[in-house]
Design a protein around this ligand. Sequence first.
Ligand code: SF4
Ligand code: SF4
Length: 213
Amino acid sequence: MGNLYNLLMQDVRFEEALKACMNCGVCTAICPAAEFYPYDPRKICDIVQRQNEEEIESLLRSDTIWYCGQCMSCKTRCPRGNIPGSLINILRKVSQELGYFADSRMGRQQCSIVDGVGRNILEIGYCVHPDRIDPDKHVEQGPIWRWYRENIEEIAPKLGANYHGDGPGALRTVRKENLEEIRKIFEATGGMELLEQIKREEPASEKSDKHKI
Ligand code: SF4
Ligand code: SF4
């Protein structure tokens, strides 16, 4: 039994994610990602199950493991009770820990996610927040987004939000002591180390000084 397979097995989710795949392909048939990308969860389960170290390594360095949308449709359909979506998560984690993700264009998007979602969680306590979604950088939000941001103080209360307020409610300011708790959870669970590891592997050409965790 090789090292990479061992690493995958050490993840607490592994036992539930891959019991015994019979290669039926039901997961691939139901998988929305397989319809749009060169992506096949059946094949991924098969590669891991065969414990072929070379193939597992190329999987960990490939774009393939980043195509899954984590919808978990595969979980409800697998006749053997496997969870391919969960196996993908384990592969992603090992790929991040070993720095293999940096070999893949899709994998390198992790660096932007650390700079965006990762920083937001640690600095303001939200994954995404209107204050952090600049209309000039997020044109996909459409023209109304700029108007919403410019008038948010007036609009937010009408939608029941507590924008920058104290106490409960959406968009409230997360207190300093709670932010400190979030940071401690990240530190205790290894989340902070993982974020830093991802940033360490970021190619120099894509690095930006302003993004520090
Ligand atoms: S549905 Fe289950 S048994 Fe069938 S290929 Fe997918 S993981 Fe394997
Ligand atoms: S969780 Fe991933 S692998 Fe499973 S059906 Fe959804 S996109 Fe496909």
